[in-house]
Design a protein around this ligand. Sequence first.
Ligand SMILES: Nc1ncnc2c1ncn2[C@@H]1O[C@H](COP(=O)(O)OP(=O)(O)OP(=O)(O)O)[C@@H](O)[C@H]1O
Ligand SMILES: [Mg+2]
Length: 331
Amino acid sequence: MTSSPLLEMNALGIDLPLDGTVRTVVHRADVSIHEGTAVALVGESGSGKSLTARSVLRLLPQGARIHGDLLFAGESVPAMKPERLRAFRASDVAMVFQDPRAHINPARSVGDFLVEGLTTARGVPAAEAAKKVTGILREVGIPDADRRMRQRPHELSGGLLQRVMIAAALAAEPRLLLADEPTTALDVTTQEEVMAIIGEAREARGLAMLFITHDLELAAAVCDRVVVMYAGSTVEEVPAGRLRSGAAHPYTRALLASRPPVGDPHAPLRSIKGWPLSGFEVPEGCAFSERCPRVQDPCHSDTPQPRMAGDSRTACHFPHTHSPEEVGSHA
Ligand SMILES: Nc1ncnc2c1ncn2[C@@H]1O[C@H](COP(=O)(O)OP(=O)(O)OP(=O)(O)O)[C@@H](O)[C@H]1O
Ligand SMILES: [Mg+2]
């Protein structure tokens, strides 16, 4: 791909104040998303997926520091002044979270929440805003929009409320959607419906997406590229269509192996030995070395740097190799 990415993180790091000191929780995140495409960010709990996504909107805990490059359409996000940051949050990038109830005022009506998002942040006149959100609610599968707008959040099921949050995100007409495990709290049928709604909305608008999930297969199904994160670093990036054949990092392979094979949901699950680490716990060398079946001496002392091979990128001293036809010949 020749055009420059819509979102570009190069060696992005995040430091947080923890227990009276400053600790690095994200060491190195390399994530690029081109206009209209979808990138999945996968990895175990605590690996830094949410912080990485939140850094795009600078929605980080008090005292957090970002280092490295974080560019949106070529503009540095960390360098944005408050006024520009407000406009950026109101119109360029929107976020949908795992738990919609934690991100909506329970005392206000759904309609007030949606309309205020447009009137306050974007200066849209109230009547126009109401008409617009009604249309978007219908688009996300809420036909009785007028009734729903009068209700309070607790009167809506989790699935309906997540649709409201997606509607709020879409109303801002963003170019990039950050979806942080948007379906994890929902039952399976509702999960599928919500993913379908996001897919349709993306297609209709040419909307780019960063999709966070624990589920590698879902990641590959709904995204163009899959980025795997471990203990605060992105360790591999592969095109979604070649996730199984092209994954070279032992961690990605282990994640894939820990899932039952497609078509055989009753096969035993294999877990990865040991525990996942958080970014601030990583040892010297490769963070995965303690759990890695391919570990050798250099892994304990040298941090592996990301290297391109074909259209994939892997940070590993001893990656799995593929036959040439598997690796492909993309620029
Ligand atoms: N507000 C905070 N203050 C201190 N540490 C934090 C804060 N938020 C996150 N962390 C720590 O940073 C690390 C990465 O957290 P993050 O929430 O990004 O992980 P994650 O990959 O999204 O995990 P999960 O899959 O459980 O959502 C974790 O060790 C977490 O404990
Ligand atoms: Mg998270």
